[in-house]
Design a protein around this ligand. Structure first.
Ligand code: FAD
Length: 392
């Protein structure tokens, strides 16, 4: 019996998230978009707390971390925040600019709906509930094995994201497939995530959970400033989430809980007062929070030994510790590491060795800071691939 003739698709896109949807809608060839969730764009629809911080006016390569730091330059230069803003305006999707150049939609779901509609208008056959299992190179085509059968195409785009938020469909497909195709994958880790403190600090953090203050965080030579939130397990808040992008397991972190003052100088100046350290520092830091954080070090200045004063000042201005880990992929907003960019053309996202194979979005080893940069990378890398696919 003859084998039924298989359709040869122009392109199969694996992953109907931000990058896959945007890519699908950016070129007109007949294509298949495969997504294992029941709906495409699930993560996108809840991003930015339901308001989708879709880009940032300050986008530049400096906002990204990668083992190939120059890789993102071309795609980011070719696709700018106004390009996405223009698309939203054209389609009456309401958005606004917030602090630090962050751009937010009124409703994240408006963007998801727009991207699905746009993809369908551009000859995309969207199949949801289809798990992609394997991609193989076969002569001049690709064979994509899925839970719904086998599909053949001239081009394949891997847009399956990273490992963050497995509940929304994230998994190890991109890294596993890259390894099968002989491509290098740099070590992946959860980032833009809360940090856990070692056991000895856990009870203090638990007692302070829900409190926040302005802090500075030093990871190696990298310094961040912003709001820090105490949690039951350690620290969170924007300053910690940003810092987590630069932190690697086992490294020390230093936190300054009192960036507006030098505690040692202030306490020394007031060393004869009958008031406790936390009372003396009250103009600079919430006294109850300070009292709890200092614990037994919160003594009356007049009774304080030199070492106690020094230890208290250090705990406030230079609290140094090795985090016990992060809150993990279930809570991380992004995954650092991923498919090594060195094997890809930075203008097109096409694999240099395997023509017709494209990787876009978070699956690649390009990770942005908090503030709309990761979604902007999804759009920019998807646009770069789509421009190349138009010509194939
Ligand atoms: C809670 C949360 C909020 C966020 N908010 C923001 C924000 O406001 N601004 C910002 O810039 N970034 C935000 N991010 C990060 C941003 O969402 C991601 O960086 C971005 O979605 C990456 O796009 P992507 O298309 O590469 O991957 P994804 O959007 O993760 O899409 C990958 C898709 O592939 C599918 N898939 C995976 N494996 C398979 C398989 N084997 N077969 C078929 N389908 C598969 C997944 O189900 C998913 O739909 C947030 C992340 C999280 C977790």
């Amino acid at each position: 019996m003859n084998k039924p003739q298989q359709t040869m698709w122009h392109t199969v896109i694996v992953g109907g998230g931000a990058a896959g949807l945007f890519c699908a809608g950016s070129f007109g060839a007949e294509k298949l978009l495969l997504e294992h969730n029941a709906q495409a764009g699930a993560k996108l629809s809840i991003s930015g707390g339901g308001k989708c911080n879709f880009s940032n006016l300050l986008v530049s390569p400096r906002q990204y971390v990668s083992r190939c730091p120059h890789f993102c330059h071309d795609a980011l230069a070719a696709f700018r925040p106004p390009d996405f803003m223009h698309l939203l305006r054209e389609n009456n999707v309401v958005f606004e600019e917030k602090e630090n150049g962050q751009l937010f939609a009124r409703r994240a779901a408006d963007i998801t709906r727009l991207l699905i509609r746009r993809a369908k208008e551009q000859n995309t056959h969207l199949k949801t509930g289809v798990e992609v299992l394997k991609i193989c190179r076969e002569q001049d085509a690709f064979r994509t094995e899925t839970s719904a059968g086998i599909f053949y195409s001239l081009n394949v785009v891997i847009a399956t994201g990273g490992l963050s938020y497995p509940a929304l469909g994230a998994g190890g497909f991109a890294a596993k497939t890259a390894a099968q195709l002989g491509l290098a994958v740099s070590e992946q880790r959860p980032v833009l995530v809360a940090l856990r403190v070692p056991k000895q600090w856990r009870e203090t953090c638990r007692r302070l959970a829900g409190n926040s203050l302005q802090a500075e965080v030093l990871v190696g030579k990298h310094k961040e400033a912003g709001a820090l939130l105490f949690t039951h397990e350690g620290f969170s808040g924007p300053v910690i989430l940003q810092s987590s992008l630069y932190w690697k397991e086992g490294e020390e972190i230093q936190i300054n809980f009192l960036p507006s003052a030098d505690a040692a100088t202030l306490l020394q100046k007031n060393k004869n007062l009958p008031a406790s350290f936390s009372k003396i520092l009250a103009p600079y830091i919430n006294a109850r929070l300070c009292k709890t954080w200092l614990g037994p070090l919160d003594v009356r200045a007049a009774d304080a030994k030199k070492e106690t004063l020094r230890a208290a000042a250090q705990r406030l201005n230079q609290f140094t510790f090795v985090p016990a880990g992060t809150a993990g992929y279930t809570h991380a907003e992004a995954t650092a590491g991923g498919i090594d960019c060195a094997a890809f053309n930075p203008h097109t996202m096409e694999c240099k060795r395997i023509g017709g194979l494209f990787v876009i979005g978070e699956a690649l080893d390009v990770t942005g800071r908090l503030g709309g940069y990761n979604l902007h990378w999804a759009w920019a890398s998807a646009a770069a691939a789509a421009n190349a696919l138009k010509k194939r």
